[in-house]
Design a protein around this ligand. Structure first.
Ligand code: NAD
Length: 258
């Protein structure tokens, strides 16, 4: 089957933790299309699992980076881009909230938990985009992040992460407006629920999966591969007219009234 050709394109992926990470599914699809990748991982503890996960790509550049620290993001690009020899695209696939702030009454969200969720899950998109820009050439580039329907609707259990996703989606629009003149596009994929490390801490996650499979017009849950393919499209030259948008990969769940 003909596939999208990203031969010669180079990108940095933030957010691989293990083989179930959405970032890894996107990376596999990007590599399959011929792109060259470098990976920024969160903590020392993740180095071995990440190394193992990406080993099929033959020893790509790995750089440690806590994305809440702009200096670390800037340094990560220096290392990754010099290893790659250029930068055409970036994947931001990062989120975190304290367990206490997922589930229970939303009104009990504390200031520290609010700050953490918004900082990790929305703010990080700003330095990850801003520090990518100087490395992108005259042809510009593309940046994709991952969001969820809870940015607009109430999913009990998702709580402050819904607030963070709303902030993330607004951040996508503001960054898209700012960097559009440099031909740098910024978009989000809004994925249906997928079993990953991050998803496991969301109370009611299994119910979300059941509800999506039952109500979505496609009659099943979406797959990692379907999310990855949409992200590859948004990172490719097939989507040069699209920026600042949220593309739902939800099997149509979001269009249903009941
Ligand atoms: N799994 C789902 O159902 C689903 C649905 C829609 C959107 N998403 C989004 O997809 C993205 C990826 O999540 P996932 O489900 O693949 O889970 P995951 O746990 O595999 O990925 C989350 C990643 O965030 C990274 N991270 C957390 N704090 C960080 C920090 N300070 N600096 C750098 N990295 C940090 C973790 O190391 C991890 O790699 C998240 O934004 C998530 O909200 C997930």
């Amino acid at each position: 089957m003909p596939r999208l050709d990203l031969t010669g394109k180079k990108g940095v992926v933030f957010g691989v933790a293990n083989a179930r990470s959405i970032a890894w599914a996107i990376s596999e699809a990007l590599a399959d299309a011929g792109a060259e990748l470098a990976f920024a991982y969160q903590t020392e503890r993740l180095l071995e699992p990440v190394k193992k996960t990406v080993s099929s790509l033959g020893g790509p550049c790995l750089v440690q980076c806590d994305a809440t620290d702009p200096a670390q993001v800037e340094a990560a690009y220096e290392t990754a881009v010099s290893a790659l020899g250029g930068l055409d695209f970036v994947v931001h696939s990062i989120a975190y909230a304290e367990r206490d702030d997922l589930g229970g009454d939303f009104s009990k969200t504390g200031i520290d938990g609010f700050r953490t969720a918004l900082e990790v899950s929305a703010y990080t998109m700003i330095p990850i985009t801003a520090f990518a820009v100087p490395h992108m050439g005259e042809d510009g580039g593309a940046i994709v992040t991952l969001t969820f329907d809870a940015s607009e609707k109430v999913y009990p259990g998702y709580n402050v992460m819904g607030t963070a996703k709303a902030a993330l989606e607004n951040t996508v629009r503001q960054l898209a407006a700012e960097f559009g003149p440099k031909a740098i596009r910024v978009n989000a994929v809004s994925a249906g629920p997928l079993p990953t490390l991050a998803a496991r801490s969301i109370p009611g996650f299994n119910e979300m999966r059941r509800s999506h499979a039952a109500r979505a017009p496609i009659g099943r849950n979406i797959t990692h591969k379907e999310v990855a393919d949409a992200a590859v499209f948004l990172l490719s030259d097939l989507s040069t007219g699209i920026t600042g948008h949220v593309l739902p990969v939800d099997g149509g769940y979001g269009i249903m009234g009941i």
